[in-house]
Ligand binder design. Sequence first.
Ligand SMILES: Cc1cc2nc3c(=O)[nH]c(=O)nc-3n(C[C@H](O)[C@H](O)[C@H](O)COP(=O)(O)OP(=O)(O)OC[C@H]3O[C@@H](n4cnc5c(N)ncnc54)[C@H](O)[C@@H]3O)c2cc1C
Length: 383
Amino acid sequence: MLRELDYALVGGGLQNGLIALALRAHQPSARVGVIERGAAIGGNHTWCFHAGDLDPERARWIDPVVVTRWPGYDVAFPAHSRRLDSHYACVTSTRLAEVVTASLAVPGSELRLHTTAVEVGADRVVVRDASGTTEELRAKVVIDARGPDASPRSACGWQKFVGQEVILDTPHGLDRPMLMDATVPQLDGFRFVYVLPLGPDRVLVEDTYFSDRPYLDVGVLRERIAAYIAARGWSVARVEREEVGVLPLPWSGDAPTSVSPLVAGYGGGWFHPVTGYSFPIASRLAELIATTEPDRLFGARLDGQARAHGRQVRFAHRLNRMLFHWFASADRYRVLERFYRLSEGTIRRFYALELTAMDRARILFGRPPRGLSVRGMLGMEVA
Ligand SMILES: Cc1cc2nc3c(=O)[nH]c(=O)nc-3n(C[C@H](O)[C@H](O)[C@H](O)COP(=O)(O)OP(=O)(O)OC[C@H]3O[C@@H](n4cnc5c(N)ncnc54)[C@H](O)[C@@H]3O)c2cc1C
């Protein structure tokens, strides 16, 4: 029975899955324990990221979990369509679970499934397994990444969606993803459909909303997905998988901290407040953790990364306040339409949450999109 670890990773989701992989690459003999309350690592997700978000040399350890890569992507709005050449990539939770599980199958490391962390300290974790037995694990470094449910809820809008991975009767003919098809009727906030070609006749179609409310009627969204697929002239042979998300998009809240135990991932604020996504940020944090000696982790490098991320988060909070307060929900798409007229570099750095001062100026200044509400800017209700 394992009790002494170098790293105890609490929560086997995206953040700690990436940390486990980075540790195996950079510190092959580290004793790593992952504690996950569910039946597998990673849950039920398709995670995408802009491949340029990560340094390909430093982040080679991510390659085994990438299932598909594309040379770019498209966006479409009522008054503007564009093809972008930023590489885009996709990771599935199934692949992440396989690779992380294999990486932990070495002496000294361990994956504990169906096991809940009931106490998390700087160098100890108390866990309870499915039979109700509790045990204390000790570790040099404890990383707490228990996900969105564990984060305190601050003022926010919501990104909510239903995605269906379907097999079509005939090939779809797409060679790259449609990241935002906002030519669909604008309902319940900013609405767009996200289309990911995963094989010649396989697509993931997600109906997505940047909404004021977390409420999601899954049945209605399924119908809208079916209508979108039919409108594209495709017909569905079968639905293979479905994923549902309701992600908070905060416009206030604490900056991430760098104290021990490290609260990482979504729960620690290591995600993108405007997109609700965390892949690039989680990967960079994983890289830093794995390339720092465990005894020196809580020091200048981590502090620096937390401060830099905190600055980006504060700007992203400001963007969310503007998006959700300054524009009526039916006009929100215009903000994104204008955003997609910016340079490809600024767009890429926005998704990576690595905006420069010049990028911020480009995003904030210039001719505002139609629909900007003076009432909203003054903090009053917008219809
Ligand atoms: C359907 C969907 C699609 C998404 N698509 C993307 C995308 O394309 N790109 C992107 O970057 N992001 C995407 N996101 C967001 C992304 O999934 C989250 O930002 C990310 O999962 C956060 O990682 P995390 O490790 O902090 O939390 P999670 O991945 O949620 O992992 C937390 C883990 O902790 C476990 N846990 C909780 N409490 C305990 C406990 N007490 N003991 C033990 N284990 C515990 C949970 O079971 C879970 O496995 C998507 C989200 C959803 C819902």
